[in-house]
Design a protein around this ligand. Structure first.
Ligand code: GTP
Ligand code: SPV
Ligand code: MN
Length: 589
């Protein structure tokens, strides 16, 4: 418990709104959490998996209408509409509070309310921030335990301060029609109702660590970004840290846990994971950009994860993890998902809870957005700096999306300003991580379209300002695309561990060791500089093709960039429209 009077006042107000039968203050002790887990096992909310093969692991299925983030029901409620900007849903805070109060009124009657204090970022870090989530879901408590630092240490971190994010969550009836994920940046508050799924309800994650934190970062001079953080150690022991922003389900977790191919491993290269989804970046005393991972666990996409594509991720999920919406293999009480291996279980239950035979069924057994929640410390390649309160110094920022065409395997921005432009024109095909269409290309600046808590034009302006402060200490900026398709619709680039071959050029560029060629869109490696040793299907010509810049396609892109930019209106920084003019000129008539 806490004696913080700001917390207690708010807690009383919320309690009288939702009127729970009982309140449990989460202290974070094993005893308390094990008790709650048992309660969930007893009620059927969770199922205990094979404790020999998967010690400490449980399975959960959400409602079938509640399997992903809901962007159309996510709101940024600022007193002025223009502060939320044209890329967010907006409602007047007073109007939204009133509407939501109606939905929350007495919603926890007959239920227990859990009070979860949590720290985003290592306890004791000057960059960490505290949140408190009130919820009626034990599933949320157990996930928050893995994803953040919960319990008494978080109260200690907060002290008497009023600087905490007030999170209110209720599953209510999981009613899609009344599902709301609402952010009140001016009040440091998040209200979420009628969902029990991931990013909608683990309020420390996208809601706080990105939407609210991006707003705070703008006001306080730091950055909250949708980025993985990894360190590449060279044979001399020198580690280069890279932060990379890809949209949801576009490869952050996989890149963060990359296993270098043999040719690099035998030379002594190693990859260290600092974070897989979110980076909070501050300018350090040395003037460089330092990043912490505000999270303590990974909430990763299950389908496609296997020993070949990412053995580190598989290993990370083998203990003390929560599996959501995957296949339950009844033969040995374990889990399965599409792409785990080539032998789907025959005696199984699918993500909807129906009997499922992986050999005969024509339907997917796991939901495409099924996930594992696992402690970061399980990860075989977790960085020794993972919980360093100062974070790690970032040398390169990499943007990337899922593009069948247009974007080359890699290119480098000419300078920070151009890099902000490159990030601002990111585009990617939509995935199952959010409800709605899949495979539609949309512009997604810095992979923050669904996560920016204020006006996107101001956000881009903030990036430019940060660059001015960083000066010549600013990280170098790159753009990658692992997802180019051939005429048969197959990925051309092998991806996963082989992405090391591309990151290696990034590291060398940061060290001033690699050459580049100028193209209309920026600098590119010479095809010969991408090491292909040990790859059988990829030739020098394949790389040349992957690096090719099709000016006709880029001109089409310019049309769509202009359309997007015009949406941002007068808040689009002029430096970026200048960059667009330059790009157009480079592409020629
Ligand atoms: P969120 O957790 O939603 O933010 O996703 P993420 O960005 O962490 O994506 P993740 O690494 O979980 O990968 C999502 C999907 O992309 C999985 O199905 C992966 O198998 C696939 N994927 C990841 N990296 C690559 C790659 O280099 N090449 C190809 N072809 N697919 C990849
Ligand atoms: C994402 O969609 O980017 C995720 C999953 O990481 S969720 O936490 O549901 O937002
Ligand atoms: Mn991820």
């Amino acid at each position: 418990m806490t004696t913080n009077k700001h917390v207690l006042t708010w807690f009383e107000e919320m309690k009288s709104l939702v009127t729970p039968d009982k309140v449990v203050w989460i202290d974070g002790s094993d005893e308390q959490l094990m008790g709650l887990r048992q309660q969930s096992l007893d009620s059927g909310e969770l199922e205990l998996l094979n404790q020999e093969k998967l010690p400490g692991c449980v399975l959960h299925r959400t409602a079938v209408n509640d399997v992903a983030r809901v962007e159309h029901r996510t709101f940024i409620c600022t007193s002025k509409k223009e502060d939320a900007g044209p890329t967010n849903n907006w409602e007047d805070p007073q109007v939204m509070y009133k509407k939501l109060r109606g939905l929350y009124d007495g919603v926890m009657k007959g239920r227990t309310m859990y009070v979860i204090p949590y720290s985003m970022g290592p306890i004791g870090s000057p960059y960490s921030k505290v949140g408190v989530e009130l919820t009626d879901s034990i599933y949320v408590v157990l996930n928050m335990d893995i994803m953040t630092r919960i319990g008494d240490p978080a109260w200690k971190q907060l002290g008497d301060s009023n600087d905490f994010v007030r999170g209110l969550h209720s599953k209510a009836d999981i009613d899609e029609e009344n599902r709301y994920i609402c952010h009140f940046p001016e009040d440091n508050a998040i209200w979420s109702i009628n969902s029990g799924y991931g990013g909608n309800v683990l309020l420390g994650k996208k809601c706080f660590a990105l939407r609210i934190a991006s707003y705070q970062g703008k006001n306080e001079g730091w950055m909250a970004e949708h980025m993985l953080i990894l360190g590449i150690e060279d044979p001399n022991g020198k580690i280069t840290y890279i932060a990379a922003a890809f949209p949801s389900a576009c490869g952050k977790t996989n890149l963060a846990m990359l296993i270098p191919p043999e040719v690099y491993a035998k030379k002594g290269y190693k990859v260290w994971t600092v974070g897989d989804d979110i980076a909070w970046m501050n300018i350090g005393a040395d003037g460089r950009l330092w990043a912490i991972n505000p999270e303590a666990g990974f909430f990763g996409v299950a389908p496609g994860t296997n020993v070949k594509s990412n053995a580190n991720a598989v290993e990370t999920t083998r203990k003390n993890s929560i599996f959501t919406n995957v296949v339950h293999n009844l033969d040995d009480n374990t889990v399965w998902w599409e792409g785990l291996d080539k032998s789907p279980p025959e005696n199984a239950v699918d993500w909807k809870g129906n009997p499922w035979n992986g050999k005969t069924s024509t339907e997917k057994g796991a939901h495409p957005n099924s996930r594992f929640t696992c402690p970061a410390i399980n990860c075989p390649c977790i960085s020794p700096e993972f919980a360093n309160p100062q974070g790690v110094p970032i040398s390169a920022i990499v943007f990337g999306g899922r593009r069948a065409k247009t974007a080359p395997l890699i290119y480098q921005a000419r300078d920070w300003k151009h890099g902000v432009f490159v990030g601002s024109i990111m585009a990617s095909e939509t995935t199952a991580a959010a409800s709605g269409d899949v495979g539609v290309v949309r512009r997604d600046p810095m992979a923050m379209l669904p996560f920016c808590g204020y006006h996107m034009g101001d956000y881009l302006g903030h990036w430019l300002e940060m660059g001015e402060k960083l000066g010549d200490k600013a990280p170098k900026i790159f753009h990658v695309n692992w997802f180019r398709l051939d005429d048969e619709g197959q990925f051309i680039w092998p991806g996963f561990g082989d992405n090391m071959r591309v990151l290696s050029w990034v590291v060398d560029r940061c060290a001033g060791k690699a050459e580049a060629v100028d193209t209309p869109i920026g600098y590119e490696p010479k095809a010969e500089d991408i090491n292909l040793e040990g790859l059988s299907d990829v030739t020098l010509d394949t790389v040349k093709d992957l690096l090719s810049v099709d000016t006709a396609l880029w001109k089409e892109d310019v049309v769509s960039i202009k359309e997007f930019y015009s949406k941002l209106g007068s808040r689009l920084p002029s430096a970026l429209s200048d960059e667009l003019t330059k790009l157009e000129k480079n592409l020629g008539e």
